[in-house]
Design a protein around this ligand. Structure first.
Ligand SMILES: Cc1ncc(COP(=O)(O)O)c(C=O)c1O
Length: 511
């Protein structure tokens, strides 16, 4: 067993990572890198050089071989995968293949799959299903039928809420948290208003403690308090600001046991932590694909719909089941709408691409959905977007979430240990002076993903840190007035990268 694999085992068991005495040295970081079983995956990405990251006009990209050989100091230190992941070389390859297909065979590309020896892409009509297949293991779907690639996250949240948030006079509340990503807040509030309800009485916000932490117990207590009036619980798998990873399994089980529909925003969780949406019995989830999935800015998003909500049943079968008391599970919930000719299925906002593939192009007036999550599609999706996503997901085809999470646990624990070292030195230098920062992400590895959110001491520390990072070509997200989000991504960040970044932070913070 290597030090790294032992560390992952300990962290998974909830123990604290113990690094060697010389942890804060470039040599030690290099030792950890040498043990990293997925270090080769870094070469699947274009890692910008320091010269590239400062460009103001478009120049050549390094050839793949150069990208591999370039000495690390020439690379920018990219720690912003929680905002926008780096470009996988396969994304570019797949997009190029798509452009070449379109140029070569025009409209025939919709249905003609070209020789796979010449392209990684199926026919355009099958590309969304290919992406669903690639994303299914990342979210723990029972099958690709529970997953769809479509639209963008906020659009998908609205579409899911159109189907899953069906307030009644008694059950109308949505339980969310105190600081959702703004787009989620706008979606939640506008949905409540769309139903003619009042945000003041229909939106319940979970409040954090003084450390900005929301305990599972407090979530369960709020669920209990509002259970009878709550229609929907909508939380982030990982809170974007603090980096807290929620206990999705426990929260989902508890809310569902009270008859509450459960949806998750997985923007910061997908491709970052292990998910088992099907087994956890989640009703729906939405995510974007430009963060840890690396499909590019504004790339086509994903959604999960549990199989019990995706069923499409011939009306007669549903009726027979109801009559003989063997009604399918979907009948327990307000899922099945028998107004539609011939078929019973969960009501939704519909468009032609949600239509059953077998009849989609017969241009029938009556909507007959494709079973599963893909029946929630509206439009003909952009093949270029799907190509980029499929290319990005091809990197995940070369590994698995368990392996990535093992590295991630160790990488983030290493970052935390080095940051703690800065705090120790600040204490011994500054005596009673307030520490320069505190980490607001939970210390328990089971309650966080890759990201550490660093709350800087009040004052102008953010400006000083930003200037130091800029000089060193470190790319890290800053949330004004005083938070930096540090996200070591196991696919392309190294322990040496982490060591270099913390060295820069140390100089800036202890100056
Ligand atoms: C948690 C969360 N929700 C929603 C969004 C919005 O995503 P989109 O622009 O794809 O709608 C983001 C974007 O970063 C996010 O982080």
């Amino acid at each position: 067993m290597t030090v790294l694999s032992e560390m992952a085992t300990a962290l998974r068991a909830g123990q604290k990572a113990t690094f060697a005495g010389h942890a804060d040295s470039a040599a030690y970081a290099a030792e950890l890198d040498a043990q990293d079983p997925v270090r080769h995956l870094r070469h699947e990405f274009v890692i910008p050089t320091r010269q590239m990251i400062n460009r103001t006009s478009l120049g050549p990209l390094p050839a793949a071989s150069e990208a591999q050989d370039a000495a690390p100091p020439e690379h920018a230190l990219y720690f912003c995968g929680n905002s926008l992941g780096l470009q996988p070389t396969s994304a570019a390859e797949y997009v190029r293949a798509q452009l070449a297909t379109w140029a070569s065979i025009g409209v025939k590309g919709h249905f003609r799959a070209l020789d796979p020896a010449t392209t990684p892409l199926p026919a355009w009509q099958d590309m969304a299903a290919q992406c669903a297949k690639q994303m299914a293991p990342l979210v723990g779907a029972a099958s690709a039928d529970e997953v769809v690639a479509m639209n963008t996250l906020t659009v998908n949240l609205h579409l899911m809420m159109a189907s899953f948030y069906r307030p009644t006079a008694t059950r109308h509340k949505i339980i969310a948290e105190w600081k959702p990503f703004p787009s989620d807040s706008y979606a939640l509030e506008s949905q409540i208003q769309w139903h003619g309800l009042d945000v003041a009485t229909s939106l319940i916000e979970l409040q954090p403690d003084e450390n900005l932490y929301i305990s599972t117990e407090s979530v369960l207590a709020v669920i209990d308090e509002h259970a009878a009036e709550t229609a929907l619980l909508l939380l982030p798998g990982i809170q974007y600001y603090t980096g807290q990873l929620f206990d999705m399994q426990r929260i989902t089980a508890h809310a569902r046991s009270k008859g509450i529909v459960v949806g998750w925003d997985l923007a910061h969780a997908v491709g970052n932590v292990e998910l088992q949406l099907h087994d956890w019995d989640v009703d729906f989830a939405v995510w974007c694909t430009y963060k840890y999935l690396n499909a590019g800015p504004g790339s086509i998003a994903g959604a999960f719909v549990h199989e019990r909500h995706g069923r499409v049943e011939a009306k007669t079968a549903a009726k027979t089941a109801a009559a003989n008391g063997t009604a399918p599970e979907t009948e327990e919930e307000p899922d099945v709408d028998v107004r539609h000719a011939g078929f019973a299925y969960r009501p939704r906002l519909s468009g032609w691409y949600g239509g059953d593939l077998r009849v989609r192009f017969s241009m029938a007036k009556t909507f007959q959905p494709t079973p599963g999550a893909q029946g929630f599609q509206l439009s003909n999706p952009s093949a270029i977007d799907l190509a980029s996503l499929s290319g990005a997901l091809a990197v995940y085809d070369k590994t698995d979430m368990h392996t990535l999470r093992n590295k991630s646990l160790a990488l983030t624990a290493y970052a935390e240990t080095l940051l703690d070292g800065i705090l120790r030195d600040a204490r011994s230098k500054g005596g009673a002076a307030a520490p320069p920062f505190r980490i607001i992400t939970p210390a328990d590895p089971a309650e966080r993903g890759a990201q550490l959110s660093i709350l800087l001491r009040d004052g102008d520390l953010l400006a000083a840190v930003a200037a130091a990072m800029n000089d060193a070509d470190i790319i890290m997200d800053q949330r004004k007035p005083n938070v930096i989000r540090f996200a070591p991504v196991p696919l392309y960040n190294t322990f040496s990268d982490v060591h270099k970044v913390v060295s820069v932070l140390r100089r800036a913070l202890l100056a």
